[in-house]
Design a protein around this ligand. Structure first.
Ligand code: SIN
Length: 327
C-alpha cells in the first residue's frame, strides 16, 4: 500500500462514535480516527467499550454491574454484549433504569421468548409479567429459600429478569450464588459420582393442592392443578459458557433418579450446605429502578424476608430456555 494514501472516516463511523462512545473516550476515539486519516493504513480495531456498555464484576464468582446503558434503547450490539456477559457472570445488575412494563417485555425478548410462569399472580395489564409481592400486613414472602426458577420444567427457563417497583426502606435484599463455582470446589471423587446421576424436580410440594405455601401466601400463587415435574442431569453443561454446573436445588429437587427421597436426602443436603457457603455468594440491595437478570442454569437466588410492615413489589419476566445436557 502506498505511503501517500489517505483515509477519512465516514459519516457512519462519525455517527457511531458520537452515539456509542461517551465522555473522554469519545474525544480519544475521534482524535485517533482523525490522526489515522493521514496515515497509509488504519487499524480496524473497535474497543468493546465503543458499544457503550460498561461491565464491572461485583464478586469473585458471581455477578457484574452494568452501567452506561439505557435498557429502553438497547442496540443489537449491546444486547449481544449483555448476552455474553450474562453467560459469563451469571447475574447482571442495573441501576436507575426507567423500564415501563412494555419496555420490560421488549428488553426480555432480546434474550428469548417469554416463558410465562403458571403459578405467580400476573400483572393485570401485562400477563407476561409475574408479580412478586409482599404487603405490609403479610408475613411470608416469595423465594426465601435457595432455589432456581422453573427447574421442574423439561426445558427450564434460561433466566429471569426482575425489576424493582417498590422497595422497603431497608432489607429485602436478594442473594445470588454460582453453582459452577460450587461444583468446581467439590472433590474429584464426588464429581465423578454426581456426573453419573440424574435428579427429579417437581413443583407439587410448592404450588400444588396439598401444599401449605399457597395458603400462607394469601392468593399470591394460582393454578394448583397445573403442577408437574421433570428429570435433569445432576451436573449440566452450561448452554452458553460450557462450564459444568451443579443442577439440583432445595426449592424443587425431590430425589436422585433410581433413589428414594429418603436415600437422596443426605447427599442433597450435603450439596445444599456446600453450595450455600458465603464464598460463592453475592448480596444485592435493591433501589427503585434496579434490575437483576439471572441465569437459572448457573445460579441460585434467595429473597430475604426481613422487612415486615413494608411493601415490596417486583415484576419478573422469565425467559424461555432449552433441555439441559449432561456435563
Ligand atoms: C424470586 O425468587 O424470583 C424472587 C426474588 C426476589 O424477590 O428477590
Amino acid at each position: 500500500m502506498s505511503g501517500s494514501a489517505t483515509f477519512s472516516f465516514t459519516a457512519v463511523e462519525t455517527l457511531y462514535v458520537d452515539t456509542c462512545v461517551e465522555g473522554p473516550d469519545r474525544t480519544t476515539v475521534r482524535r485517533l480516527l482523525a490522526s489515522w486519516n493521514s496515515k497509509a493504513f488504519r487499524p480496524v480495531v473497535v474497543p468493546s467499550r465503543v458499544v457503550g456498555v460498561k461491565i464491572t464484576p461485583v464478586s469473585v464468582h458471581v455477578g457484574a454491574e452494568v452501567s452506561d446503558v439505557d435498557l429502553r434503547a438497547l442496540t443489537a450490539e449491546q444486547a449481544a454484549e449483555l448476552a455474553a456477559a450474562w453467560g459469563e457472570y451469571g447475574v447482571l445488575f442495573f441501576r436507575d433504569q426507567e423500564l415501563e412494563p412494555d419496555d420490560h417485555i421488549v428488553f426480555a425478548e432480546h434474550f428469548g421468548s417469554i416463558d410465562v410462569n403458571k403459578f405467580f399472580q400476573k400483572v393485570e395489564s401485562h400477563p407476561q409479567i409475574a408479580q412478586v409481592l409482599k404487603e405490609p400486613d403479610q408475613k411470608r414472602n416469595i423465594g426465601s429459600a435457595w432455589h432456581t426458577d422453573h427447574s421442574y420444567d423439561a426445558e427450564p427457563a434460561r433466566g429471569s429478569i426482575l425489576v424493582a417497583r417498590e422497595v422497603p426502606p431497608t432489607g429485602g435484599d436478594t442473594l445470588f450464588l454460582s453453582v459452577a463455582a460450587a461444583y468446581d470446589a467439590l472433590s474429584d471423587g464426588l464429581k465423578t459420582t454426581l456426573l453419573s446421576l440424574r435428579a427429579r424436580h417437581s413443583n407439587e410440594h410448592v404450588f400444588g393442592k396439598t401444599s401449605e405455601h399457597p395458603k400462607q401466601l394469601n392468593g399470591r400463587f394460582e393454578n394448583p392443578e397445573l403442577t408437574g415435574g421433570a428429570e435433569h442431569p445432576v451436573v449440566i453443561k452450561h448452554p452458553v459458557s460450557g462450564r459444568p454446573c451443579l443442577y439440583v436445588n432445595r426449592g424443587f429437587t425431590t430425589n436422585f433418579v433410581g433413589w428414594t427421597e429418603e436415600e437422596s436426602a443426605p447427599l442433597l443436603e450435603y450439596l445444599y450446605e456446600h453450595t450455600a457457603q458465603p464464598e460463592f455468594t453475592y448480596r444485592f440491595s435493591w433501589e427503585e429502578g434496579s434490575i437483576a437478570m439471572w441465569d437459572n442454569r448457573s445460579t441460585w437466588h434467595f429473597a430475604e424476608n426481613d422487612y415486615h410492615g413494608h411493601r415490596r413489589l417486583m415484576h419478573r419476566i422469565t425467559v424461555a430456555g432449552e433441555a439441559l445436557a449432561s456435563a
